[in-house]
Design a protein around this ligand. Structure first.
Ligand SMILES: [Zn+2]
Length: 279
């Protein structure tokens, strides 16, 4: 995710709305991390055959079934996690932004290297969050640092994240996206979310995010479901970036020699035609 070029530190809206963000590092140090809340604690991604699952309650088994693939071949393979450095940002309408993102069950050095490279490209492009499909790797991985500066704030790595709760209260925020260079528009989202995810070592943890971290998380979480930020906009907001979206579609055709895999034009027609759409 991107914010406008104005530095976060001087963004009056954020200060007024989220005074707690004045200390991003304390906010993001996951003080809520509580082992007792973890249904799947140190076992990163138990399969149905693992000892941990056998010895725990049926509830956990049900949850494992619901939350994680039960077939090993649903997890990302080594080939899925192969990358070339430096990573390059994939721009709309590249189909990799819409592909299925596989969960990760190998927490190895290759994964650490990928995470490092993702932070590198995120800082270089002045982003504050980045999801793996945005660098062409279709796996359940996101990185973010709401401060957007190396060495400041906190670097967050979330693998196989899920949302367990979100606030009824929503806020409006001007979002940008590294896969949509130069395009910004307001998006309404819940103010806070309770999530769980694996960390880089594979441990499962739970945390509640609010304010900007919650905003960045939800934007990146959408990427992991193949959802792009313009789909969360009102029609009025979407109209503001419609030309820009078409510009990116044309750029895609010119640079790849392929027809655009999706069209914002078509989307609008079907939305008005049928009378519903993702909002
Ligand atoms: Zn994005």
């Amino acid at each position: 995710m991107h914010t406008s070029s104005r530095p976060l530190h001087h963004h009056p809206f954020q200060w007024n709305q989220h005074p707690s963000l004045s200390s991003p590092s304390s906010r993001l140090s996951f003080p809520n991390y509580s082992v007792s809340t973890l249904l799947i604690s140190s076992n990163p991604l138990p399969t149905l055959h693992s000892a941990a699952v056998k010895t725990t309650a049926t509830k956990v088994l049900a949850m494992a079934k619901r939350s994680f693939p039960t077939k090993d071949n649903d997890f990302a393979s080594s080939a899925d996690l192969q990358f070339e450095s430096p990573l390059k940002i994939v721009e709309y309408p590249d189909p990799r932004l819409r592909a299925k993102n596989k969960p990760i069950d190998k927490f190895d050095d290759n994964l650490k290297k990928l995470v490092d490279e993702m932070f590198d490209v995120m800082y270089k492009t002045e982003g504050i969050g980045l999801a793996a499909p945005q660098v062409g790797i279709n796996v359940q991985l996101m990185v973010f640092n709401p401060v957007g500066e190396r060495g400041e704030g906190e670097e967050i790595v979330l693998i196989n994240p899920r949302v367990s709760k979100h606030s009824q209260k929503t806020t409006l925020f001007n979002e940008g996206c590294l896969s949509f260079p130069g395009l910004y528009a307001d998006v309404q989202r819940p103010e806070s979310v309770k999530i769980d995810a694996n960390d880089i070592r594979g441990s499962r943890f739970t945390v509640t995010l609010s304010g900007l971290p919650a905003r960045v998380f939800q934007h990146e979480f959408d990427h992991l479901q193949g959802i792009l930020f313009f789909e969360k906009m009102t029609d009025e907001e979407l109209d503001k970036i419609r030309d820009g979206l078409q510009g990116l579609e044309t750029k895609y055709e010119k640079s790849t020699g392929l027809p655009r895999p999706e069209k914002i034009e078509t989307r609008k027609r079907s939305k008005t035609g049928v009378g519903f759409g993702k909002s």
